[in-house]
Write a protein that binds this ligand. Structure first.
Ligand SMILES: NC(=O)C1=CN([C@@H]2O[C@H](COP(=O)(O)OP(=O)(O)OC[C@H]3O[C@@H](n4cnc5c(N)ncnc54)[C@H](OP(=O)(O)O)[C@@H]3O)[C@@H](O)[C@H]2O)C=CC1
Ligand SMILES: CC(=O)N[C@@H](CCC(=O)OP(=O)(O)O)C(=O)O
Length: 398
């Protein structure tokens, strides 16, 4: 990648505009005006075209929900273009035959099977495969590639804990040692130099973001943390399952993974790191009749003499400079509707009726901040771009 950059002021239709970060890559000029990017010789377009973008990205598992979400986000990304896309059952098909809403994205590559993928024209990889299939595949990728893995395969540092909770042997323990956990706002510095980022699960993102600053500041007890969480059905992926049929889901709500959901060790790992001692949680997830969105309602016991106001002020300080994690005005209830389609996490804290306890509510879109959005935030950091690049989507409401 050879790039030349300069900034200037010029006039566009008689108005003065600040032109910044004018870039040339192999003679292909890009013009940045007011935060958006256009090619100097072409009209602005929503496109995944690889010719116009300098970082070449492979998308493994492109025919799934998180893969499709990455394509949506990258269509507005000025630097990342998709050169390889893989699928399993859908290998050989075009993307718009798998997802008709991509009919306008004619420049996307045809889906190939992961075994047939050629990585010679690739700089970075988003791996959107099911857990259990990912370790072996990432192990075989060229070492020069920057990789963000959306599966759970590299999230648990302790390999035997992975084997216990996922019921299968870890196939790349050496790589596990190199993996950096990708909870962006907490581990940004480590992510900068990472070769392999293990993108967090959706529930762990929504739960750790509010709790880690409170644990680090020693404001809440490390026991009796209770998490009641709810997810939209896209969290379960696109594969056909009876439990995800409309008839099974509509007009109802279902708990699952009761007492033993595989996100428990991931959440406890992050909270225990923050506490420098073992933190345990009670966690029950629920499936909701909605396509996307996630809410975690968290019940905590505050330290002696600590008030809900202390928790609120701590979260305010911790996240005051963060673009994507927002503490709402006091009393405002975070709603999944308000983050839908965006990379935001909205949080608030409420005093419980029981003295000494507080209730924290955190909402995200499971497919964006809970998966593909955070993955893009991480790859932006790994490749040295502003971390919000391509993530400037307002929530989709209603
Ligand atoms: N959905 C969500 O909200 C979140 C998901 N994740 C994680 O991200 C990953 C992807 O999730 P999601 O997109 O929802 O899953 P999907 O089931 O929607 O998609 C899975 C993708 O992997 C491909 N695939 C399946 N099996 C194999 C295999 N054996 N070899 C190669 N490719 C295969 C599928 O191809 P094909 O369809 O052609 O068969 C498809 O492209 C998972 O690990 C998931 O746990 C993480 C956070 C949130
Ligand atoms: C609704 C639903 O089924 N959700 C998934 C979590 C999605 C996610 O974050 O999965 P990974 O940890 O595999 O990345 C589940 O509970 O297993």
């Amino acid at each position: 990648m050879s790039t030349t950059t300069f900034s200037s002021t010029c006039f566009l239709k008689g108005s003065e505009v600040k032109v910044s970060n004018l870039k040339s890559n192999n003679g292909n000029w890009k013009l940045h005006i007011g935060g958006s990017t256009a090619l100097s010789t072409k009209r602005m377009q929503i496109s995944n075209s690889k010719q116009e973008k300098e970082i070449r990205v492979a998308l493994l598992g492109a025919s799934g929900y998180t893969g499709a979400e990455i394509i949506r986000l990258l269509a507005n990304h000025p630097y990342f273009g998709i050169t390889v896309m893989t699928a399993d059952r859908n290998a050989g098909k075009s993307m718009d035959s798998v997802f008709p809403h991509f009919i306008t994205q004619k420049d996307l590559p045809v889906l190939v099977s992961t075994n047939d993928a050629d990585f010679s024209d690739v700089d970075a990889v988003f791996c959107c495969l099911p857990h259990g299939t990912t370790q072996e595949i990432i192990k075989g990728l060229p070492k020069r590639l920057k990789i963000v893995d959306l599966s759970a395969d590299f999230r648990l540092r302790n390999v035997s804990e992975y084997e216990e909770w996922y019921g299968q042997p870890h196939r790349a323990p050496d790589l596990q040692e190199e993996a950096v956990y990708g909870l962006t706002e907490i581990l940004r510095e480590e992510i900068k130099n990472a070769h392999l980022v293990a993108n967090p699960g959706c529930y762990p993102t929504s739960i750790q973001l509010p709790l880690i600053p409170l644990i680090k500041a020693n404001l809440i007890e490390h026991k009796n943390i209770i998490v009641d969480a709810k997810s939209g059905v896209s969290g379960a992926g696109r594969g056909a399952k009876v439990g995800n049929l409309y008839t099974e889901l509509t007009e109802g709500i279902m708990s699952y993974g009761v007492t033993r959901h595989r996100h428990v060790p991931e959440i406890e790992q992050g909270l225990s790191d923050a506490a420098h001692s073992k933190v345990t949680i009670s966690f029950t997830p629920h499936l909701m009749p909605m396509s996307r969105g996630m809410q975690s309602t968290i019940y905590v016991e505050m330290g002696s003499g600590v008030t809900t106001e202390n928790l609120y002020q701590q979260l305010k300080v911790s996240y005051q400079d963060e673009e994507f994690v927002r503490l709402l005005e006091k009393g405002a209830v975070p709603r999944t509707h308000d983050v839908r389609g965006s990379n935001y996490c909205y949080i608030n804290v409420f005093p419980d009726r029981i003295p000494g306890r507080a209730i924290i509510i955190s909402v995200i879109d499971n497919l964006v901040k809970g998966a593909s959005g955070q993955a893009l935030q991480n790859l932006n950091i790994m490749m040295g771009f502003p971390e919000n690049t391509g993530l400037g989507y307002l929530p989709l409401f209603p």
